[in-house]
Design a binder for this molecule. Structure first.
Ligand code: SF4
Length: 334
């Protein structure tokens, strides 16, 4: 492990300044992924800026936004968000997605901001003895012809077929949240769908957050799809496993017809996967198995397996149909 300096930041301005002034500086909050990466010699920060002490600022709270939505402070823990009364009542999709992820111990430490920035669990990324374009650009991708059971079937490139590991982010994509960030020049807001990147030819970049910016909050719009939603996670074991495929669904129903549909997939791409065409195929139509199957086909359009993960394509289609069926019925069953 490499040596690094450690500083505490008491507010956002100080945190941004301490990160911007030192190349290779990184913010740390719960540390549930970053500390592992440092121990594995994958991450080598020159400076760790501890932002946990900004917790007295709005970064640690859950508050109602002006437009009626909810603002999740970046330092709110996964456990705090999942059990928050407003989240459970207005955004049960988000609460259930969070509870489907990790263990209670990790959820007590992991934060909203860190959840967005956690890195892939591709085993080659953590093994410094193997080529990996994400860890060391232009060295190759060991997963293409190696162990790729958990890897991407959508949006991948010849340079990287890793998946994003978050459950929370799949729900945030379906809810069309916004990410609030602060940097040395200005604050800005990033639409959730634009926050994470596909690998293309720059797989070492996971998101569009600049290296001198920090996440301060995630804002949920007023509409939470609390009546008709589902988060379905298919994994190797019931607890504490990353998704092979996950599906977040939010529907607005008018009788038996679907007025509005939101659909996002996890475990299948470098970012939570949306496909607006699949959603429009559902809107204005009956909630029927045939229509759900058409939407599933559209959602998986262009999907490609790499051998061991070929099974994800039919699995994802079936999971979408099941999640849509649950959401339309207004009942959430795992
Ligand atoms: Fe590295 Fe991505 Fe290939 Fe995994 S899939 S070995 S993270 S380049």
């Amino acid at each position: 492990m490499n040596g690094f300096s450690y500083v505490r930041a008491e507010d956002v301005t100080t945190a941004v300044r301490r990160i911007a002034e030192k190349s290779g500086a990184k913010a740390v909050a719960g540390g549930t992924n970053l500390i592992d990466l440092i121990k594995c010699d994958v991450e080598r920060p020159q400076r760790l800026v501890d932002i946990n002490h900004m917790n007295h600022m709005p970064c640690g709270s859950i508050t109602v936004c002006d437009g009626g939505g909810l603002r999740l402070g970046a330092l709110a823990t996964n456990a705090e968000v999942a059990r928050d009364e407003q989240v459970r009542a207005r955004y049960p999709l988000l609460s259930e997605a969070i509870l489907a992820g990790a263990s209670p111990q990790i959820r007590n430490m992991a934060t909203v901001g860190g959840n967005l920035l956690q890195r892939t669990r591709c085993p080659y990324f953590y093994d410094t003895a193997t080529p990996c374009n994400k860890r060391t650009p232009e060295t190759g991708c060991s997963a293409l012809d190696g162990f790729n059971r958990n890897h991407a079937i959508l949006g991948a490139s010849e340079h990287c077929i890793a998946t994003h590991p978050s459950d929370m982010c799949v729900a945030l994509a379906a809810l069309e949240a916004e990410v609030c960030v602060s940097g040395p020049v200005a604050d800005r807001t990033i639409a959730f769908g634009d926050f994470h990147r596909l690998p293309e030819d720059l797989p070492h970049l996971d998101s569009n957050l600049e290296s001198d910016e920090i996440i301060t909050a995630v804002e949920l719009p007023a509409k939470g799809f609390a009546e008709h939603y589902a988060y379905l996670k298919v994994r190797e074991r019931t607890s504490f496993a990353f998704a092979l495929v996950s599906v977040a669904v939010g529907l607005e129903m008018q009788g038996d017809a679907i007025a509005e549909a939101r659909l996002a997939l996890g475990g299948v791409a470098h970012k939570p996967w949306r496909n607006r065409r699949a959603e429009t195929l559902l809107e204005g139509r009956q909630a029927s198995r045939e229509n759900f199957q058409q939407a599933a086909e559209a959602m998986l359009y262009g999907a490609q397996g790499y051998g061991q993960n070929d099974f994800k394509i039919p699995l994802a289609k079936r999971a979408i149909v099941r999640a849509l069926t649950q959401a339309a019925a207004g009942v959430q069953r795992q």
